[in-house]
Design a protein around this ligand. Structure first.
Ligand SMILES: Cc1cc2nc3c(=O)[nH]c(=O)nc-3n(C[C@H](O)[C@H](O)[C@H](O)COP(=O)(O)OP(=O)(O)OC[C@H]3O[C@@H](n4cnc5c(N)ncnc54)[C@H](O)[C@@H]3O)c2cc1C
Length: 320
């Protein structure tokens, strides 16, 4: 079938991380006119390398996406730096408003804007995020193996995180801080070799590139090499809100995301999601895979729409 030239894009992808670029590549390789609008702040930007990604272990997160943009452009896709601030339905798709006042139009929308990590409000945490302050044993646990690791308890995830990190080091402690573990967790922590340190943590201290430890409210400095936190993971999207989609709380209480089915379809026809905006636990590989699936689904929907326009309208068969 010939490639149709449209006024506007077949698909606008809002967000150019692993999910968005993968979705856009699937579309561009199907000869779809696709535009990625990206604000340029992927969630893992502070990290030195991406892990758990076959074939690209340790690649810098920004270098990975730079290559992804180059791959997309090589197939005829377009990338525009910018921030989408709203969207509305039009006769033939969607109009997306950008922060600079311009408007881009697409027959379908793929939203892959990720999530925000809301960090515990303890001095020293934000500056060290992604380096000496970690959250995910799969992303960077190997890099702190055998080191002195403190898990900062700010919610229900602390025991779970401490137990997972205990596989990577014999020197893991749980910093009871604001949320001491319930008595029912103590046998599991003990079995995993995790000691509980009582008292509030007032600050993380050390050089910018090397943690000395955590200061406790009684003035003690507890020496540590890394601190594990459980950020609240919050997907927010002015674009989705404007189109009538609402975020829902994650069942674990760890944040909020926008619902979508396994193909990325949402409750609003023509709007698809992929990556962390829909799945708080998705890593780079799973976000990319979800983006590819959603891109393929967008293409399949478009081609059915195009074929339907070429074929005569179905005629009701007389009842025999
Ligand atoms: C510190 C840290 C380290 C991590 N390390 C790993 C790891 O080693 N391995 C791993 O698999 N996972 C890792 N992760 C998880 C990984 O970051 C996510 O799985 C991944 O980034 C999700 O991809 P995404 O495309 O959904 O979102 P993102 O990568 O966050 O991309 C979203 C993009 O959308 C853009 N955007 C947002 N809003 C708008 C808007 N309104 N308009 C236009 N653009 C917008 C953002 O600027 C960003 O570029 C780590 C996470 C953190 C926090």
């Amino acid at each position: 079938m010939a490639v149709q030239q449209q006024d506007g894009y077949d698909a606008v992808v809002v967000g150019g991380g692993a999910a968005g670029l993968s979705g856009a590549i699937a579309l561009a390789r199907s000869r779809r006119r696709v535009l990625v609008v990206d604000a340029g702040s992927p969630r893992n930007a502070p990290a030195a390398g991406v892990h758990n990604l076959i074939g690209r272990e340790g690649t810098s997160p920004l270098a990975l996406l730079e290559q992804g943009r180059a791959d997309l452009v090589a197939y005829g896709g377009e990338v525009r730096r910018g921030r989408a601030v709203g969207a509305r339905r039009t006769d033939d798709g969607f109009a997306v408003d950008l922060e600079d006042g311009s408007v881009v139009r697409g027959r379908r929308l793929l939203v892959t804007t990720g999530l925000e990590d809301e960090l515990p409000d303890v001095p020293g945490v934000a500056e060290r995020w992604g380096h000496q302050v970690l959250h995910c044993p799969f992303c960077h646990g190997w890099e702190v193996r055998d080191q002195r690791i403190g898990v900062l308890a700010t919610g229900a995830m602390a025991t779970h995180q401490a137990v997972l990190f205990s596989r990577l080091s014999d020197r893991v402690v749980l910093l009871a801080h604001d949320v001491p573990p319930p008595a029912s967790d103590l046998p599991r922590l003990a079995a995993a070799g995790v000691a509980v340190v009582t008292g509030r943590v007032t600050a993380l201290e050390g050089e910018p590139d090397r943690l000395a430890g955590v200061r406790l409210e009684d003035g003690t400095l507890l020496p540590l090499d890394a601190v594990v936190v459980a950020p609240r993971m919050v997907a927010r999207s002015a674009v989705l809100d404007a189109l009538g989609l609402e975020p829902v709380p994650h069942p674990t209480g760890t944040g909020q995301h926008y619902p979508a089915d396994p193909t990325g379809r949402t409750g609003v026809a023509g709007v698809f999601l992929a990556g962390n905006v829909a799945d708080l636990t998705a890593q780079v590989g799973t976000s990319a895979a979800a983006g590819t699936t959603a891109g393929a689904m967008v293409h399949a929907e478009l081609i059915e729409e195009e074929l339907a326009a070429l074929l005569p309208a179905p005629v009701d068969q007389p009842v025999a």
